[in-house]
Write a protein that binds this ligand. Structure first.
Ligand code: 4MI
Length: 402
């Protein structure tokens, strides 16, 4: 790694591996210490900066000029290292290039087209929850968290395929590739030769139905706003970002409620709280623990000179647990209304799919709240070590019908 020698100055230097698999599985203690050490901390093992306090996380994400995405949003610097795939033309790019692709994607996923999905999502959610109640005991991760997005999201994009689990495998590649060259990354990328060609094929116009988000992206190409190659890459972005994130969100929501039955009682008593309850899940068990930015000039944070071309690990989950910003951050409270949480980012790169993600979770939590009396853990849950995502490998539960 180039440019990883320590910059001059007075700042906390921490000899820790944030990508230790135990920390990845449960990063709360790591983040608490990171926030305590200072507003910006040097991680010696990898030669990057790390920030975990709400205020700095928010301001770095709000300043794309000085903290860019075009050098990658992971550990690796695209300026000096070759990315594992052609970079995303929306995630891994800065304005002004970013503005055109972002606008095209935002338009393809307009509020109107997103909201039109509600009836079908409701039907899928109700059928799925009824089936799971018949089963009684099951593992949330495959049977609910993966099952629901794998049904509704590819349909919404316009994918017409059977082996949908490839989408989960590809998501794991995308998110784990953002970490250092550890075992987690290597295991995920070992699937590349099999899954990448399949994904590329799915992104072609002729393999998409004519009524989904995919077709809407290609219409922007027909209008001259994108090239056809760009349209294919934006469909790839949907397939990269649209599944594992919501899978993680559903698993983390179910874990939160399984461990806080009082909060489940509140939601059951008033299922219209589903929307705000999911915001609290996003804050309390954020699906993405961290993303990177790269400094584009000599920048300073709270008196520390970071230097140009430096990577910064931005702790999104950490910001959402910062006691400098939140009252009782370690309390899961669905009545809290955690406006300003950082789980979906903020600024020009703020999650473009957030309406769909929120709709999926609102619909699913509503269906559950109307039908499920209790969510009981049925054995130990298992966290998955992820280089960017914080999600579960297993969550065995027993549901009882209301
Ligand atoms: C925030 S998650 C994410 C967003 C975009 C892409 C991947 C992941 C992409 O490939 O554009």
């Amino acid at each position: 790694m180039k440019n990883s020698s320590r910059p001059d100055g007075d700042y906390p230097v921490w000899d820790i591996d944030p990508y230790d698999e135990d920390i990845l599985r449960e990063p709360r203690d790591y983040f608490a210490t990171l926030r305590e050490l200072g507003p910006v901390v040097w991680i010696e093992k990898y030669g990057f900066w790390a920030i975990g306090r709400y205020e700095q996380v928010r301001s770095v994400f709000g300043d794309w000029k000085r903290f860019c995405s075009s050098r990658g949003v992971g550990v690796s610097d695209f300026k000096t290292e070759k990315p594992w795939r052609p970079p995303s033309i929306i995630l891994e790019v800065d304005p002004p290039d970013h503005s055109r692709t972002r606008n095209a994607l935002a338009r393809a996923m307009s509020p109107k087209s997103v909201l039109s999905l509600r009836p079908i999502m409701e039907q899928v959610a109700e059928t799925l929850v009824d089936r799971l109640l018949d089963t009684g005991s099951f593992d949330v991760v495959p049977d609910l968290a993966e099952a629901f997005p794998l049904k509704v999201f590819p349909d919404a994009v316009g994918l017409d395929v059977n082996n949908r689990h490839n989408l989960i495998t590809y998501g794991a590649m995308v998110f784990n590739a953002l970490g250092p060259d550890n075992r987690v990354r290597q295991k995920a990328l070992a699937n590349a030769t099999e899954v990448v060609p399949w994904i590329i094929e799915r992104c072609k116009r002729e393999n998409l139905t004519d009524n989904g988000f995919g077709a809407a992206i290609y219409r922007a190409a027909d209008e001259g706003k994108l090239t056809n190659d760009e349209a294919a890459l934006l469909v790839r972005s949907l397939l990269s970002a649209g599944i594992d994130t919501t899978v993680t969100g559903i698993g983390n929501a179910m874990l939160s409620f399984a461990h806080h039955p009082d909060q489940w009682e509140l939601l059951k008593a008033d299922p219209s709280l589903a929307k705000q309850a999911f915001e609290e899940v996003l804050r309390y068990e954020s699906p993405i623990h961290s993303f990177f930015r790269t400094t584009t000039e000599d920048v300073e944070i709270e008196g520390v000179d970071l230097g140009e071309g430096r990577k910064i690990s931005v702790g999104l989950h950490s910001a959402n647990l910062d006691p400098r910003h939140w009252v009782d951050p370690d309390t899961f409270d669905i009545l809290r209304k955690p406006t300003g949480h950082m789980a979906l980012g903020v600024g020009v790169h703020g999650c473009v799919g957030q309406m769909i993600a929120r709709l999926e979770l609102e619909v699913l939590l509503t269906a559950l709240a109307r039908r499920v009396k209790t969510i009981e853990p049925d054995g130990d849950h298992v966290w998955r070590a992820g280089n960017s995502l914080r999600g579960l490998d297993h969550l065995p539960v027993t549901l009882r019908a209301a």
